[in-house]
Ligand binder design. Structure first.
Ligand code: PHE
Length: 346
């Protein structure tokens, strides 16, 4: 049998060169250098050669074996090095960008509440929170809202099937405004006091672009001796400028609330048309932002303050409405739909 050493050498080189895995290299080593491998076969065939052929073929076989051994060794090193490099890259590659942790942020309504409360805190007000479940007494009676007032109707207030443990009313209810907190504050503290109350309120309104059965209000209450209506107007005009900008105009419109006398509704000049009249302000040039007034003497009477000793101012605003005006949002429902495309804008 004759062997084409050059052909074998070329083929072995090619095969070894193409290898990428250590286990494949091992099977090639077995194929060429193993006990029953090609080199071993060539060696065992030497016996059939003539005496003068044998030394040359033997020498060529030895050379071929050494060469293949060397190829395999080199390839082994190469694979090892690649693996080490790969391992190192996997465990420590300081050039790979870090995995960004997405930070959440406060809901636009919370941001708006914080901003509004912050303005009043800077003016010396404290922040107080009252419960969402209230008594009829705090939500209506103590606020001088008569028994036959339509807001007491079950169509306008969510009553709970829980009897009022104070016996000053029949059932507990979900507060329909933050004003009952005025009662709690005045029962707990003696003037002078200046407090804002942010929180949720509930009304059984059909949901549409401007109504929601739950929304947020911020109540304000300032009571001391000698507080005047001009204090109310001055305070709210500072507030409007701080929230909506120095150029905003504010006006008071006479209104009625049972728990304040006199009462007013507060308008700001429309931020879109600057008072000229447009579709946002309904061509009026003004936007209503809150209710306010001087605390009614009957309210002081209900909380047990001495007759005639104190005067006070109170105001209440809707947080959704403020955010809608400030950011040009035209549908209240979008605050509560958890649509991140909306929420991420703020
Ligand atoms: N509670 C009133 C409302 O919900 C707002 C208000 C608060 C008015 C305080 C006057 C004083 O409409």
């Amino acid at each position: 049998m004759s062997w084409n050493f050059e052909e074998i050498r070329q083929k072995a080189l090619q095969e070894i060169f193409a290898i990428t895995e250590a286990n494949e290299l091992e099977s090639l080593r077995v194929k060429y250098l193993g006990r029953k491998g090609l080199i071993a076969q060539i060696f065992s065939s030497l016996t059939s050669l003539s005496d003068d052929q044998r030394p040359l073929v033997g020498k060529n076989t030895n050379e071929l074996r050494n060469e293949i051994t060397q190829f395999i060794e080199e390839k082994k090193k190469e694979i090892q090095q690649l693996k080490e490099k790969g391992d190192a890259q996997e465990s420590l590659d300081i050039t790979i960008p870090g995995v960004a942790v997405e930070l959440g942020h406060q809901h636009i309504l919370i941001q708006t509440m914080d901003e509004i409360c912050g303005i009043f805190e800077n003016l010396g007000f404290a922040v107080y929170e009252g419960p969402e479940i209230e008594t009829e007494f705090n939500n209506f009676t103590a606020l001088n809202i008569p028994v036959d007032h339509p807001s007491r109707d079950a169509f306008d207030t969510f009553y709970l099937k829980v009897e009022d443990p104070t016996n000053k009313g029949r059932y507990l209810l979900l507060r329909s405004h933050t004003s009952p907190s005025q009662i709690r504050i005045m029962q707990e503290f003696t003037p002078p006091l200046a407090v804002v109350v942010p929180g949720k309120v509930y009304r059984p309104d059909a949901v549409d672009a401007s109504h929601s059965f739950m929304f947020h209000q911020i109540e304000g209450l300032l009571v001391d001796q000698g507080i005047k209506f001009s204090d109310l107007k001055g305070l709210l005009s500072i507030f409007c400028k701080r929230l909506f900008g120095e150029n905003i105009k504010m006006r008071f419109r006479p209104h009625f609330f049972p728990f304040t006398e006199p009462s007013a509704e507060v308008d700001i000049s429309c931020y879109i048309c600057e008072g000229k009249g447009c579709s946002v302000c309904g061509r009026k040039g003004w936007l209503e932002i809150m209710g306010c007034g001087m605390v009614h003497p009957k309210v002081f009477q209900h909380v047990g303050y001495p007759k005639g000793k104190y005067t006070g101012l109170a105001f209440g605003m809707g947080v959704e409405r403020m955010a809608m005006l400030k950011y040009g949002i035209n549908d209240i429902r979008i605050f509560f739909e958890n649509d991140l495309r909306f929420l991420r804008q703020f």
